[in-house]
Design a protein around this ligand. Structure first.
Ligand code: ATP
Ligand code: MG
Length: 444
């Protein structure tokens, strides 16, 4: 018979497990907690959209659209694309679902995104993002709130040290056109010395040359004219409001006049939180104001601003997260005890206690499992104890052990959870054996 080959994991995808998964979950949990503090609503949007949603909003000239999209034809012949980011899908939903009525809308999303890139450390084909957007707010207050949210998130994740908020303005449409013209003139003067990528960008997307990582381009990019000389007074005032707001909120930032977003629809605020701890992939969170995006999808001109961050990249920066531990491990010894243990474990779990059962091997192995799980207590009983309606509760840290009535077990474990002293023997003997399950203090 032919040997069956085990299917392989697809290149650039990940199976996230154990410590890695705990880091991942910690990022998402923290994001969910912080977004609630800022009154952002969660949205769920599809993992795939019509290809046009991304092609139109991101623009044909961007790396993502020209090289990185996972596009396919479905059985009905429609061209679909797995989302390479959240913003475009959320903007599409804003239009098609009539969410204009809720504007300004503060939204977050998180989940998998897909880009056909060359896989390497920290760079995947399916990776995950957290994403925050404010749609329908032209005010600088929106930019400030989104940035303060990002800053608090990074602080609460404990990774703000060594991370800098770099801020720039891309001005309004008038500013941007004037500056773009000046950049093209400058780059044309040095065209011969530019990298091939930058030569290609010269007419399509000259702003992107400014943040080129190619050493050939750096001196030319560094000598390029700043936007400041081209800022209209409105655009200058807007940038100043954002800067002042960040100062008032106690968020540290630095100006990076080379920081751009490649897409045409970006206006005003552009930003990145950058770390020196991840080598070449130093951007942990990036975003900007996209006042032209919804218009480019065929909707009414609607301002918006947002950011996204790679969950994997944030997770890599985290301190070792604490392993998940168990409150009590139940260890039955004997057939009758094992049968009864199922109910004991279920009762404790219904009382909101984190409990597991050790049902394999001899007593020593079962206690070893309790230790490995980091259990505070082992609840041990054999058929003999069960016949008397009793179980042994052992505090694993100290080795102390007490025999307690099984009927009072949930109550007693609750008092342990609440930090009460381990019950003493005299107290024990006065407890009744009425068999009633006593509810914990937080139960109805
Ligand atoms: P890069 O310059 O690293 O390619 P990008 O400009 O394509 O980043 P964005 O589109 O701004 O990235 O996405 C936001 C964040 O998503 C990035 O800052 C990064 O943390 C993360 N990210 C982007 N591409 C990948 C990938 N292939 N694998 C893992 N994380 C990624
Ligand atoms: Mg990229």
């Amino acid at each position: 018979m032919a040997r069956i080959e085990t299917p392989k994991r697809i290149r650039g995808t990940q199976d996230i497990f154990g410590d890695e998964q705990r880091r991942f979950a910690h990022v998402v949990d923290t994001f969910e907690r912080v977004r609630r503090l800022y009154c952002f609503q969660r949205v769920e949007v599809p993992i795939f959209e019509s290809t046009a949603v991304f092609a139109r909003s991101l623009g044909e000239t961007t790396d993502v659209v020209s090289k990185e999209m996972y596009s396919f034809e479905d059985r009905g012949g429609d061209s679909l694309t797995l989302r390479p980011e959240f913003t475009a899908g959320i903007a599409r939903a804003y239009l098609t679902e009539g969410w204009q009525q809720y504007a300004p809308l503060k939204l977050v999303a998180h989940g998998p995104v897909f880009r056909y890139e060359r896989p390497q450390k920290g760079r995947y084909r399916q990776f995950h993002q957290i994403d925050a957007e404010i749609i329908g707010a032209p005010e600088a207050a929106a930019d400030i709130e989104l940035l303060v949210l990002a800053d608090q998130l990074l602080h609460e994740l404990g990774i703000a040290d060594g991370v800098t908020l770099q801020l720039n303005t891309l001005g309004d449409a008038e500013t941007r056109d004037a500056w773009r013209g000046a950049l093209v003139t400058h780059f044309e003067q040095h065209e011969g010395d530019l990298s091939q990528d930058s030569k290609d960008r010269l007419n399509r997307n000259p702003l992107r040359i400014l943040d080129s990582k190619d050493p050939k381009d750096r001196p030319i990019a560094d000598a390029a004219p700043d936007i400041d000389a081209y800022l209209t007074s409105e655009a200058g005032a807007f940038f100043e409001s954002v800067a002042k707001g960040l100062d008032a909120a106690g968020v540290a930032w630095t100006r990076n006049s080379r920081l751009v977003r490649g897409l045409d629809y970006y206006r005003h605020t552009a930003f990145e939180f950058v770390t020196d701890r991840l080598g070449a992939q130093g951007t942990v969170l990036a975003g900007g104001r996209y006042d032209g995006l919804i218009g480019s999808l065929g909707g009414p001109e609607t301002p918006g601003i947002g950011w996204a961050a790679g969950i994997e990249r944030l997770a890599m920066l985290l301190e070792e997260p604490a392993a998940e531990t168990v409150f009590a491990t139940v260890i039955p010894i004997g057939a009758a005890a094992e049968a009864r243990a199922v109910g004991v474990v279920a009762d404790l779990r219904r009382e909101r206690m984190k409990v597991d059962m050790a049902f394999r091997g001899n007593m020593k192995r079962r206690l070893a499992k309790a230790d490995a799980q980091g259990a505070d207590y082992a609840i041990i009983f054999g058929d003999d104890e069960l016949a008397k309606g009793e179980v042994n509760v052992k505090r694993l840290k100290t080795g102390e052990q007490k025999t307690v009535p099984l009927a009072r077990l949930p109550r007693i474990m609750w008092s342990q959870l609440m930090g009460d002293d381990f019950p003493d023997a005299t107290e024990m003997t006065t407890w009744d054996h009425d068999g009633a399950v006593v509810k914990g203090p937080f139960q109805e």
